[in-house]
Ligand binder design. Structure first.
Ligand SMILES: *Cc1c(COP(=O)(O)O)cnc(C)c1O
Length: 398
């Protein structure tokens, strides 16, 4: 398949004059999502009322949508389910993995991980109160720290700040050699890079759908459990919709079949409708084309910015194979500079202490956008536009 990126671009609502390089944080609105959500509201919620759970298939949506996500991340059918937020899914995967390795106490992660993943691990350790330890090492040292005392590795494939990409297959193989399990967080991978969970032999994976998958703010997260573990894992969050027979209303919990047991409570039906509209765009897309185009866009941006802005230092790997779909630069006044970029129609974001982050998503960003973004950023840097006071006041969300 050759992807028609002009067509995919036309499927998004993109405000006039804006070059949106922040689809890695919140994907833009797929035009069809408006109609889809509106139709769901009136025809399903409005007219069907509670019968929508059966008639409109609301109850099956978490696995139905999970199967659509599975195709984008190389997961086997019926092994991905939707629900909750990514932080919750991290907790579930980690609790299940620790339960499968009762003789080991070490959770291995790296300092490039997104803090929420580490916080969830710390909270789980405290609740379990069985002497587990979270070992956080430098990203480049992960491999050598996968030793025989590690129960599970909890690694985010693409670093949210630098865009550095871990070698999933290699680290998973090392984990298995050492008798450990591997959990992969795909927050900055799903829809951004070519992921093949099955080929990499991952044990668990989790991710969100409001970043590169464009599901909308607060869109539900996903969790993958490898087929070999699916009937063995014990859910830590044993909600009624993960029960084998939710409508039997038994007083005792019995886990549902396979991935179903990773469901917790009532699915977010409205949010899933919006996500479905976003996934319709992905039906027209070949991930290999996305990856190839993303690399070309990122390389062009790096070359252009480095030529025009000597005050910015590349914080992402130069080697595209070691990078996700974003490019970051360090700059002492990065916060103010990013505010100035946003005011001038180039939306990226800032990550403390000094990272200016730009995401590249071929579905709606093309080479002309990249060249225009380079021009605008170059002018802001050259003329020190960022030094104006209005760009130096911090907002709550950066
Ligand atoms: C974005 C992100 C999260 C956010 O978690 P939520 O529960 O969806 O807010 C967690 N982990 C990683 C690695 C992320 O990139």
């Amino acid at each position: 398949m050759t992807t028609d990126f002009n067509l995919t671009k036309s499927m998004f609502h993109l405000p006039e004059g804006v070059i949106y390089l922040d689809g890695n944080s919140l994907g833009p609105l797929p035009k069809a999502a408006r109609e889809k959500v509106s139709a769901m509201m009136t025809q399903e919620w409005g007219d069907m009322l509670i019968t929508g759970w059966n008639k409109a298939g609301w109850m099956d949506q978490p696995t139905h949508v999970g199967n659509r996500i599975a195709k984008l991340i190389g997961a086997e059918e019926n092994h991905v389910v939707m629900g909750d937020t990514l932080s919750i899914k991290v907790y579930q995967a980690l609790a299940s993995a620790l339960d499968l390795r009762p003789d080991r106490k070490i959770i291995l992660s790296d300092s490039g991980n997104f803090p929420s993943d580490l916080y969830m691990a710390q909270g789980l350790i405290d609740s379990l109160n069985q002497g587990h330890e979270l070992r956080v090492v430098a990203p480049e040292d992960v491999e050598k720290h996968i030793t025989q005392d590690v129960a599970v590795t909890l690694i985010t494939e693409v670093d949210y700040r630098s865009g550095r990409r871990h070698d999933m297959a290699k680290l998973t193989a090392k984990a298995h050699d050492m008798g450990a399990l591997a959990i992969w967080d795909l927050a900055h991978s799903a829809g951004a890079v070519d992921v093949d969970l099955s080929a990499a032999n991952a044990d668990f994976a989790v991710g969100c759908t409001y970043k590169y998958l464009n599901g909308g703010p607060g869109a539900p997260a996903f969790i993958y459990v490898a087929p070999r573990h699916a009937e063995l894992v014990r859910p830590a969050l044993s909600g009624w919709l993960g029960h084998r027979a939710p409508f039997a209303f038994d007083l005792d919990y019995a886990p549902g079949h396979g991935i179903e047991r990773m469901r917790v409570g009532t699915p977010p039906v409205i949010a899933l409708a919006s996500l479905e509209a976003a996934l319709d765009v992905w039906d027209m897309v070949d991930m290999a084309d996305v990856r190839e185009t993303s690399i070309a866009l990122c390389n062009q941006f790096i070359t252009g910015i480095e030529a025009a802005c000597p005050m910015l230092t590349l914080a992402s790997p130069r080697d595209a194979t070691r990078r996700g779909s974003q490019v970051s630069f360090r700059f002492e006044h990065g916060y103010a500079a990013m505010q100035a970029c946003i005011a001038h129609g180039v939306i990226g974001d800032f990550r403390a202490p000094d990272i200016m982050r730009f995401g590249f998503t071929p579905l709606f960003i093309d080479m002309d956008d990249v060249n225009l973004a380079i021009e605008r950023v170059a002018r802001i840097m050259r003329d020190r536009v960022w030094s104006a006071p209005e760009f130096n006041m911090r907002a709550a969300v950066t």
